[in-house]
Design a protein around this ligand. Structure first.
Ligand code: HEC
Length: 272
């Protein structure tokens, strides 16, 4: 039920009390079945003859024996039954302590043979035919791990920081960035990025550095003291900061209605 019923964070059994009722019904039905079976057995028993009753009772009281398991253990350990130990007792007697000359236990011998086979296969495979070595194995594991990390990062977008962030170009990310921008940034940067209290975001001039990494770090850590640009990492998630930063950069080169005069230096990719 937990698997099939969609119940959000809570277990289905708590979210929908009817499921508890359902389980209760199942329990009652099981009890009923048990009772019916027991009654049938009882009625049938009464119809048996005395002798048959006797036989039935003895067969029922006989306990199940793990004969096959016991045989297997006896075979693997290879011990002589205690009655036959006289045959293998050694002719030594140390103050009344005697020694049995048991065979090596077969389980041990089989394992020993297995190690020999393993050794031969290993020798041929790795020393004569030079199959993969540790270095190759290591590299393969590193590659596999890197793929796993990439996969993980796709699902965990909030892992980005200023050093790992990359410019997002997906329409969905840019739209999400646009909503973050419109909800938080327009009072100072205006809806089209033209700037009022904050600088123009559409020109090539940047006070605190352009490019996704600098913009990300400005948005998360804020501008220079006293200028009015706060650190948004308190309010926005890393993924949102990456989205809004990418959105701002998508405004580059657009012409806002009332562009604020350029501030800061012209930024190119290599002025990092
Ligand atoms: C209260 C006004 C205000 C708000 C709201 C605001 N900013 Fe700013 N922003 C500024 C000011 C002022 C600066 C200039 C900081 C400086 O000179 O150090 C600035 C600078 C920036 C810069 C750096 C520009 C450059 O030239 O280096 C970026 C990027 C930026 N803001 C993005 C944002 C984003 C994204 C938001 C919304 C999440 C936002 N800002 C919200 C006032 C604001």
């Amino acid at each position: 039920m937990e698997y099939f019923i969609e119940s959000g964070d809570k277990p289905a059994i708590i979210e929908y009390p009817i499921t508890q009722f359902f389980l209760l019904m199942v329990l009652l039905i099981l009890i009923a079945i048990e009772l019916v079976l027991h009654t049938i057995e009882n009625v049938m028993f009464q119809t048996l003859s005395e002798e048959a009753k006797e036989r039935y009772l003895t067969s029922k009281s006989k306990q199940y024996e793990w004969t096959w398991a016991k045989n297997l253990i006896a075979k693997l350990s290879g011990n002589k039954p205690i009655e036959e130990e006289g045959e293998i007792i050694l002719d030594h007697n140390y103050d009344g302590i005697k020694e049995l000359d048991n065979n090596l236990p077969p389980w041990w011998v089989y394992m020993f043979y297995a190690t020999i086979v393993f050794g031969v296969v290993y020798l041929v495979r790795f020393h004569m035919y030079n199959d993969y070595d540790q270095a190759l194995e290591y590299e393969q594991e590193v590659v596999a791990a890197q793929i796993a990390i990439e996969e993980y990062k796709k699902t965990a977008k909030d892992l980005v920081d200023a050093s790992t962030v990359e410019l997002l170009t997906d329409a969905s990310d840019l739209n999400a960035g646009k909503s973050v921008y419109e909800a938080n940034c327009t009072p100072c940067h205006l809806i089209d990025g033209g700037g009022s209290i904050g600088p123009n975001l559409t020109d090539k001039n940047w006070i605190l550095g352009g490019g996704i990494k600098n913009v990300f770090s400005t948005v998360s850590n804020g501008g220079r003291d006293g200028k009015g640009m706060i650190a948004w990492k308190q309010t926005l998630k890393p993924a949102q900061i990456a989205q809004v930063s990418s959105y701002i950069l998508s405004l580059q080169g657009t012409t806002p209605a009332n562009p604020k005069a350029p501030e800061g230096d012209i930024w190119t990719e290599d002025s990092e």
